[in-house]
Design a protein around this ligand. Structure first.
Ligand code: 3HC
Length: 287
């Protein structure tokens, strides 16, 4: 049986990349003590840099002041040892999107934390049930899928695995809401709600560009102004990371068949190392 929200004090985050650092940040902003773990100190340091940059943006628009920024940073400790998550009440895993990696982390986590700790994964497309099958206490595993950029995106998808208990799901909803997010729930089916619908949209945008339907700018403008989304498909793909889009699309393709086939140009860009904003070039170029 997992704890209730009232008993949650310390949050563990596995992975200090874009998503992990964002999750650590929003948990600390909500007042939780946070332990953020990655496999190398450099990754932990870079997670802290991402958090500082994001907090600076909140300071610059007066959402928080410098003292609050310092207090938030103070609540986060970094580590490379998974055993340092031992006293956590909720752990969110945001490591690589590789089933073997996630299963091995969950196996280690089950040994490291106590029996009442909620074990959540931020996976975007992998099966919660398969991840949970690596451990004995499958009932406390749920999907807690944050959206990028975590500090500003309001939505969090809660995913119910085959064995997830109602207590674990309740805590996942309550915890995400306590971080100021709004939740929705998805069954454990490939891509859940968000990526099942988003990835074909992005791939179709890429195919439309590749097949000469319009310029990339006009495709993005058409979707932004025509359907009132904040970013068109090519800009959004760059923002998410083309490698992440390709990996998610491949998982969906494998599970759901040809209607999810990744666009050829997406694969070519990833092969060329043009992964979007993070490498300075994707469909657009960035400083
Ligand atoms: N930290 C803190 N603040 C941030 C921030 C960050 N990381 N990123 C943006 N902001 C703030 C800005 O300071 C600004 O605040 P203001 O409105 O009070 O001035 C506001 O957010 C808007 O920022 P910008 O002006 O730089 O840019 P935009 O107006 O384009 O907004 C955006 C940025 C919120 C990212 C918006 O473009 C957007 O909503 N884009 C779509 C994002 C999206 O769809 N994400 C989901 C991707 S799918 C996913 O994550 C699932 C995964 O599994 C793949």
């Amino acid at each position: 049986m997992v704890r209730t929200l009232d008993d949650v004090e310390r949050v563990g985050v596995v992975g200090a990349g874009t998503m992990g650092s964002g999750i650590a940040q929003v948990a600390a902003q909500a007042g939780y003590d946070v332990t953020m773990r990655d496999i190398e100190q450099d990754f932990v340091d870079s997670g802290f840099e991402t958090i500082e940059d994001s907090l600076d943006r909140f300071v610059s628009r007066d959402s928080i002041d410098a003292d609050e920024k310092a207090a938030i940073l103070d609540r986060i400790s970094g580590t490379t040892a998974l055993s340092d998550l031992a006293d956590c009440d909720v752990v969110v895993e945001a490591a690589l999107e590789e089933m073997d990696v996630k299963q091995s982390i969950f196996t280690d986590l089950e040994d490291a934390v106590d029996d009442e700790c909620l074990l959540a994964t931020n996976t975007s497309t992998l099966s919660i049930t398969t991840i949970a099958s690596a451990i004995d206490s499958e009932e406390r595993v749920v999907g807690l899928h944050f959206m990028n950029p975590v500090p500003v995106m309001e939505g969090v998808e809660i995913v119910e695995g085959e064995k997830s208990s109602s207590e674990a799901l309740d805590l996942a909803h309550a915890f995400a809401e306590d971080l100021g997010k709004t939740t929705w729930e998805s069954d454990d089916k490939p891509g859940f709600v968000a990526n099942r619908i988003l990835m074909p949209w992005i791939n179709e945008g890429i195919r439309a560009f590749d097949e000469g339907v319009a310029t990339k700018e006009d495709i993005d403008t058409g979707m932004e102004l025509g359907t009132n989304v904040p970013m068109g498909p090519l800009t959004l793909a760059d923002h998410i990371g083309l490698d992440i889009c390709l990996h998610a699309s491949e998982t969906l393709h494998e599970e759901l068949g040809d209607r999810y086939k990744p666009a050829y140009l997406l694969k070519r860009k990833v092969d060329a190392g043009d992964l979007g904003k993070k490498t300075g070039e994707g469909f657009y170029e960035y400083d």
